[in-house]
Write a protein that binds this ligand. Sequence first.
Ligand code: KG4
Ligand code: ZN
Length: 331
Amino acid sequence: MVILGIDTSCDDTSIALLREGPEILSNVVSSQVELHSPFGGIVPELASRKHVELIDRIYERALSDAHAALDEIECIAVTNGPGLIGSLLVGLMFAKGLYLSTSTPMVAVNHIEAHAMSIFLEQQPVFPFIALIVSGGHTVLLLFEEPCRYRLIGSTRDDAAGEAFDKIAKYLGLGYPGGRAIEEIAAAGQPDAIPFPRPMLDENNYDFSFSGLKTAFINRVKKHGITESSRPDLLASFQEAICDVLCRKTIKAARDHGVNSIVVGGGVASNGRLRALFSEWANREKISVLLPSRDLCTDNAAMVAITGSFYAERNLFSPETVRGFSRMARG
Ligand code: KG4
Ligand code: ZN
């Protein structure tokens, strides 16, 4: 089966073609970073207008990169939430247009679930597993019992992990998005130089909170200042606090649920320190931790296509009336 994946949930217009196997035939991602970076964050109205402008061309490119034609597509998988509603609707309406004109079955895909399932593009985790999804908009823990069946067991109460990186990068004038810039500067610093708080670590739940940590960072800078030479230690310690909490709470969720397998996804999962910490924890705790390669951690439509394939296998298709949604409900 050849599946067309479409993702316009945020600021990337992405369309992919995937052959079951899986084999990624094409995975075109058009980033809007340059458009939004002068504003230090995503401007939703600009994002949706850009998707409208680009989506036809991205679709054509995805087909030509894959050397495929429309009549070879056997399933359309499209993100319908969560995300920016104006952006989501561009991809969803495009998918519905294809569906209505070709009668190709359509699957509406949850973007967060797609980040978790992106691992199946490269590896075969065993069910059940705990998925930690860390992106610019979300920090959630999901318990996957089997494909297409999962439960939200924890989420952030305020900022997402990526948002905390982005806000501190903006505060320091490092540009947008800020995760990668912070990681690069932090590489020259000591992660234990400053004992930043580990929010919600001792609480008996699987929720996160990063807003207080961001305030602790800003207060520290206001009190002691920041120089070229102190910046790496400050950022390494800030990054460590985020990664430490993410790892510990995910391991706890796995232990508490008697699960021996963890999957990590989302843009922040491309962070080298987070990847290294998870690998240390995996060895120590004798638990399997799987992460997609870095370019499949950030938003892409191949992850939507692979998620769609699991639904298609089970004949779980969506009607033309399927709607977009901006927020993920707590299960
Ligand atoms: O999954 P994604 O591409 O888009 C959303 O669905 O939000 O994630 C983007 C987020 C941004 O907040 C960005 O700063 C963060 O992922 N990010 C990183 C790194 N690369 C991207 N955070 C920390 N370290 C990185 N290397
Ligand atoms: Zn995402």
